[in-house]
Design a protein around this ligand. Structure first.
Ligand SMILES: *Cc1c(COP(=O)(O)O)cnc(C)c1O
Length: 356
């Protein structure tokens, strides 16, 4: 629905564009951003595109104190014909509203959000990089802005979309990561906010991430918060394992994020006739399978990396290697197919892409 009126105030001068080859993820933002406000009784109002720049909030703004906020992450991809497309944006927009519901944030009009994303990306289209495997990362988010430190849901909000060009995630080639099973901290519990994309879950995950990095690992394998034995996610990605002939991934039980990349992996695997199972898997079962040689492949899935193969896992005094520390054939096929659809070099038989 392009009938929604979005006011556009163009930047007076355009910034120089960074070289995607040396660009650090998420550090350089485009010329414009999208803003919209909410007030109880008035609803969402004043959708607008303005020059990218600072926003002003009271120090008492609720988001600073009680973390009432949600966000999303998706990408715009430059096709060989020069056009730009999005990958399953409706899934992100619907998920953002599910996150909003959990955090008592009023829902957004889904057509309006897609129109806002498309309009903003069109406005800054020259920022969508053209080098292979590069993209424009899109970060929509909502923050609670009431200037009051009483604990309740805010009556005012700001919805914002910012975008930044990102380089190839695998500029040095796909190197499988070493991960470590975290059995002290947990990121989420059922009944908490694990299924919502909200900053609080990330704040809870930082300490384990830092510890993992200090010990030479790149990600944390999260266990469930109650029994401390079921696998949940890896870092801020979903996780999938190929154990003998079956691909296994933890079920969406409330503490796990319903990843668009996870869902796309499952859709493709089922389409290929690969047996898949969304079921509980204990860390014991996983390491036993690996030690017996039954764990053939393991990978994380998320928008930033698409697919991140796991080469080594450590838990207590046990360390196992997966597929000899190299990417497995099914992992590679998923990566090639997904990235092919995203950059428009492979046929999109599922209707996942949306042209900007
Ligand atoms: C965003 C996110 C993912 C991946 O979701 P995608 O939609 O595939 O990008 C997985 N886990 C967590 C905790 C996340 O925040």
């Amino acid at each position: 629905m392009d009938t929604i009126k979005i006011k556009i105030e163009r930047a007076a001068a355009f910034k120089p564009k960074p070289d995607p080859a040396t660009l650090k993820f998420g550090t350089a933002f485009t010329d414009h951003m999208f803003l919209m406000n909410y007030e109880t009784g008035k609803g969402w109002y004043d959708p607008r595109i303005v020059p990218y720049g600072p926003i002003t909030l009271m120090p008492s703004a609720m988001v600073f104190h009680y973390a009432q906020e949600v966000f999303e992450g998706l990408k715009a991809y430059r096709r060989a014909d020069g056009e730009v497309q999005l990958f399953r944006p409706w899934d992100n927009i619907r998920r953002m509203n599910q996150s909003c519901e959990r955090l008592c944030i009023p829902p957004l009009d889904e057509d309006l959000v897609l129109t806002a994303i498309k309009t903003l990306v069109r406005e800054d289209k020259s920022w969508v990089p053209t080098a292979p495997q590069t993209s424009l990362y899109i970060r929509p988010f909502v923050i609670a802005t009431d200037p009051a430190v009483g604990v309740h849901a805010s009556h005012t909000y700001m919805f914002c979309i910012i975008t930044c060009p990102v380089g190839s995630y695998y500029a040095q080639g796909i190197n499988p990561v070493r991960i470590y099973v975290e059995d002290e901290d947990v990121r989420a519990v059922r009944g908490g906010m694990g299924f919502a994309k909200t900053g609080g879950n990330y704040a809870a995950s930082l300490r384990a991430g830092e510890r993992a990095e200090q010990s030479g690992y790149s990600q944390v394998l999260w266990l469930d918060g109650v029994h401390r034995k079921y696998i949940e996610e890896v870092g801020s990605m979903n996780v999938l394992f190929k154990i003998k002939d079956e691909v296994v991934t933890p079920p969406l039980g409330g503490s796990i994020l319903d990843g668009v990349t996870r869902r796309s992996c499952l859709d493709l695997l089922r389409f290929w006739g690969q047996p898949v199972s969304e079921r509980l898997i204990t860390v014991d079962e996983l390491f036993d399978a690996a030690e017996k040689g039954d764990l053939e492949e393991a990978w994380g899935s998320g928008t930033a990396a698409v697919i991140s193969p796991i080469g080594e896992m450590s838990w207590k005094d046990r360390t196992v290697t997966v597929h000899g520390g190299t990417i497995g054939p099914l992992t590679q096929r998923l990566y090639d197919t997904l990235t092919g659809i995203q950059w428009g070099t492979a046929k999109d038989s599922f209707g996942w892409t949306v042209q900007v």
